[in-house]
Design a binder for this molecule. Sequence first.
Ligand SMILES: Nc1ncnc2c1ncn2[C@@H]1O[C@H](COP(=O)(O)OP(=O)(O)O)[C@@H](O)[C@H]1O
Ligand SMILES: [Mg+2]
Length: 269
Amino acid sequence: MAKHPKRTNTANITKTARIISVASQKGGVGKTATVTNVAVGLVSLGYKTAIIDMDAQGHIALSFGIKKIDLKKTIYDVLIGEATMQDIKQNAFGVDLYLSNNSLSNLNSKVMAQINSKLFPAPKYLLRKAIGEIKAQYDYILIDTSPSNDIQTMNSLLASTDIIIPVLPEGLSIDGIYETIVLIKGIQEQGSKLNILGILPTMVQDHTNLHHVKLQELRKQFAETPDIKVFDTVIKRAIRHGLAQSDGEPDIKKAPEYLSFVKEVFAIA
Ligand SMILES: Nc1ncnc2c1ncn2[C@@H]1O[C@H](COP(=O)(O)OP(=O)(O)O)[C@@H](O)[C@H]1O
Ligand SMILES: [Mg+2]
């Protein structure tokens, strides 16, 4: 994969961010942990990086030590046209954050309501429009998504250039890959060029036979699918990942697998 141009200080260079959704139709597979650590990893390498939280659980705020209750306006207000991206921007640990909370779960009823159809003629493209305001400022924009096929996820995928699918190498989670791929194929059929960067094994316990066997099966299955790869890097199950998230203090030095992953996926030497 081509290396993304490194950010320079030349003021008049316009760039356009790669916009990457981390998505799976399964919950608890490490989507939020991946978004958080990939973002701080990219920042540590000098890339200008933002996160947009499109999950109403608002876990990105918590992962960066920000209280959801302190959020006055969120991505929901931007999507319904009552705030700009600039209005809601925060910065923590070097990452620009466009956060959400439970208000985002009102999106469907608000923008799909017949009475609002003139206000929101393209309800699945609201996030793409909002990202248009900011994409020239970043090398990478990461989107955290919810584990369901809802209007938030549709907005996320239709606004993205790329997708990473985290998976826990266990039966039900692996099934989530196929559900996610079906969803992506549907999006591609709507004319989107959404590119599947690959599948990232997460919370891997090397010493368990189950994970070992399932990981091998997964690699074998996707060896035959040239457009979908399983990354070489795997993220181990480790208490430090869970702690970093609950303490709200992401630190790439404590998540070295994620730094290896960033280098692998973006072909950074
Ligand atoms: N590699 C890991 N090792 C151990 N715990 C992890 C790891 N990645 C995430 N966790 C923890 O597992 C839970 C689910 O992860 P999360 O990233 O929130 O998943 P999702 O966003 O897919 O629901 C969280 O409590 C998180 O802190
Ligand atoms: Mg999450």
